[in-house]
Design a binder for this molecule. Structure first.
Ligand SMILES: Cc1ncc(COP(=O)(O)O)c(C=O)c1O
Length: 375
């Protein structure tokens, strides 16, 4: 059997990782400033993470959601405390898309309405509802197309209000920072107005923090910069440092009924051990603060490079707009300087390093980037 050929691959195979580096079989080292799409939050093979996951799998890797699981309770308590959402409840699943599916479903159950308002260039995942709310016709199959999703421009509160006043919408779904689109931040004022408007209209505000959350921006969730509290928050990616996991944080006014949501694998023992280990490391090493500090440093230094067209983002979620091809730049960073970065669109280089990035690693990237831009 061969693999279904849907991914464009670099001809490099990392077989081992340590901290912010990955290694090929011949021992070649690569600095990882992408974390496999923002997934590696505490670095590769962190000793505490390895110990916690290894010990748990040796004890009990999985049992279903039909029995008590105190690991879920412990993780929920820890996440609530660290994120500032202690009064919310937690539903655990397996991926970002699944978290968004459940968030949309909850909002729809709650209001009895069917429509979702999303934003131009949004990316929310590839499953049925999540991809319908994704503004990219290339990945939306005819089956996924639905009149239940509408798109308006980001930061356009007038357009949002016009749609919400129809009374047809159960939710507004918005990324904390648009990631796949190339790092575009909603304005703080826009988020505040959106919060107010959704409240007035009885529409759930869902913040997709799958890429922008989990400490990456220097706050636990990107929307916390605007001082708002959404009705539902979705999370995944960095939550378990590569172990597949998704989460939905749900405001107290949503009432759970038995069987309303569910999953076989979600919140299993191994996932909870991995996710708890990640938050232990966040606390022990002050990683959210490090993301804030190192992100500010990178953004400031990138801002001094005259050849760059634009530097966008917050904390360690950075998009750099260059003059030429972003793909070519990424390839040269990888091949000539052994640095992994991400892309978006034709001319954006995306940085999504682990929250453990050091000044030395940031400088190594800046030096390489400057050299390539000066050629
Ligand atoms: C903002 C956002 N939402 C949802 C998703 C989908 O997550 P997953 O690939 O885990 O389904 C992604 C993935 O890139 C994302 O960036």
């Amino acid at each position: 059997m061969k693999l279904f050929d849907v991914y464009s691959l670099y001809d490099i195979e990392p077989v081992r990782g340590s901290g912010n580096y990955v290694y090929t079989a011949d021992g070649t080292e690569y600095l990882d400033l992408y974390g496999g799409h923002a997934v590696i939050s505490v670095g590769h093979a962190h000793p505490h993470y390895v110990k916690a996951v290894s010990e748990q799998v040796a004890k009990l890797g999985f049992y279903s959601n039909s029995v008590e699981n105190s690991l879920q309770e412990r993780f929920a308590e820890q996440l609530g405390r660290i994120s500032g959402y202690e009064d919310y409840s937690l539903f655990l699943c397996n991926s970002g898309a699944e978290a968004n599916e459940n968030a949309i479903k909850l909002a729809s159950f709650h209001s009895g309405k069917a429509k979702v308002l999303a934003f131009e260039k949004a990316f929310h995942g590839r499953t049925s509802g999540a991809v319908a709310a994704t503004d990219n016709p290339k990945i939306v199959a005819p089956f996924n197309r639905t009149p239940n999703v509408e798109f308006v421009p980001l930061n356009d509160i007038v357009a949002v209000e016009e749609r919400l006043r129809t009374g047809e919408f159960c939710a507004v779904l918005i990324e904390g920072i648009q990631g796949v689109a190339g790092i575009h931040c909603p304005e703080n004022d826009f988020l505040k107005q959106l919060r107010e408007l959704t409240r007035q209209c009885g529409v759930s505000l869902i913040l997709d923090e799958i890429q922008s959350g989990y400490g990456r921006t220097g706050d636990f969730f990107a929307h916390q910069y605007a001082g708002i509290r959404p009705d539902i928050i979705t999370s995944a990616k960095g939550i378990a440092n590569g172990f597949p996991m998704g989460a939905v944080l749900i405001a107290p006014h949503f009432e759970a009924t038995k069987g309303m949501l569910g999953t076989t694998f979600g919140g299993n023992h191994l996932a909870c051990a991995a996710a708890t280990a990640v938050l232990d490391i966040f606390e022990a090493e002050g990683l959210v603060e490090n993301a804030r500090k190192m992100g500010a440093y990178l953004i400031e230094e990138l801002g001094k490079i005259p050849q760059l067209k634009e530097v966008r983002g917050r904390g360690l979620m950075i998009g750099v707009e260059i003059e030429g091809s972003g793909a070519e730049m990424r390839k040269r960073l990888l091949k000539e300087y052994h640095i992994f970065t991400g892309g978006a669109g034709a001319s954006t280089v995306r940085l999504l390093p682990a929250l453990t990035i050091t000044r030395k690693e940031a400088d190594r990237f800046l030096d390489a980037f400057r050299k390539l831009l000066n050629e």
